[in-house]
Ligand binder design. Structure first.
Ligand code: CO
Ligand code: CO
Length: 323
């Protein structure tokens, strides 16, 4: 995708605070001195069998890109692809009900949308939010000494791939759904309150892919402590039984020359590259503000609050993973 987008003419406009020049989560457009629009869209195919939960997860995931920028989502439009001839309309109703409930939990109005006939179901939201121009949190801006915090466990991609292969237990499906449906709103409010250097949500490129966007864009290097990274228990088994998404394999191939894995086996390396759906926020915070961020997250009930590594100085984005 990035390769194709590079061919398009570069957009420069002083009102566009965040555009396509970085791999950021959403676009930000300044309206006035103290108000900017945040705009994003996300759509995907079903990750779980239950249509209601699929809708809720997809909505939480789309809203997350606004939260990752430090913004507040206000309004959304449904985007739907649905095979009318193959599936009853009650399935579509459930998907939309899941999305609507999640949006309402977030205080977001779904004000309309668009649907097309499509052989495979697809659902997502185009989201509009606002942010104070001086409070925009980008995925670049990390500095040497910054500490890295992650707010959801990894392994979602392994578990959802395992669902398609009939390997994931019912209990693990329920846990994955709960995690994917959790809004990143509280984590976002905590980071905006404290002030952080950079953040992104962990989605399709996995922890290391999104971290690499952050480190390479910030011209720094980072270190990850594997034993501190929260990983869903069943995913650590299923990854060894081949529950590996196509996107995860592509992430791994891309990241191999950019990451040094000290003493990790292949399954552990793959988990760090696992493509997530509606993953947590990855936040780079100045060491002096780490305690303030931890308590702001705790106060809002965010869990886990995993301190997984640090930025170690200038560089080309290289990541070192130790045990
Ligand atoms: Co994102
Ligand atoms: Co996105």
């Amino acid at each position: 995708m990035a390769q194709v987008l590079r061919q398009l003419p570069k957009i420069t406009d002083h009102r566009l605070l965040v555009g396509t020049s970085t791999a950021d989560d959403a676009a930000v457009y300044r309206l006035t001195e103290d108000l900017a629009l945040v705009q994003t869209v996300d759509v995907f195919t079903p990750v779980v069998d239950d249509p209601y939960h699929y809708g809720a997860i997809s909505a939480a995931n789309a809203l997350s890109d606004v939260y990752a920028m430090g913004g507040r989502p206000l309004l959304a439009l449904n985007i739907v692809g649905f095979p009318r001839a193959k599936l009853p309309l009650s399935v579509l109703e459930e998907i939309l009900r899941g999305g609507a409930d999640k949006a309402s939990e977030a205080g977001v109005l779904i004000a309309g949308g668009h649907s097309i006939d499509d052989p495979e179901p697809k659902y997502g939201l185009a989201v509009t939010g606002t942010v104070r121009p001086d409070a925009v949190v980008r995925n670049v801006g990390g500095c040497g000494g910054d500490q890295l915090i992650l707010t959801k466990p990894l392994g979602i991609g392994v578990l959802t791939t395992g669902i398609k292969q009939g390997k994931t237990s019912a209990a693990a499906v329920a846990e994955a759904i709960r995690i994917m449906e959790t809004l990143n709103r509280d984590a976002s409010e905590a980071m905006v309150e404290v002030g952080v250097h950079a953040a992104t949500d962990v989605t399709g490129y996995g922890l290391l892919g999104h971290l690499y966007e952050m480190t390479s864009g910030s011209h720094v290097r980072a270190r990850i402590w594997f034993s501190r990274v929260p990983i869903l228990q069943e995913a650590t088994h299923l990854v060894r039984e081949g529950a590996i998404a196509g996107g995860t394999s592509r992430n791994y191939e891309y990241l191999k020359p950019r990451v040094t894995f000290a003493g990790l086996d292949e399954g552990e390396q793959l988990l760090l590259c696992d493509a997530q759906t509606s993953g947590g926020l990855l936040i780079a915070v100045a060491a002096a503000r780490l305690d303030a961020l931890t308590s702001a997250l705790q106060r809002r009930g965010v869990a886990p609050i995993a301190h997984i590594g640090e930025i170690i100085g200038d560089g080309d984005g290289h990541i070192e993973v130790t045990r």
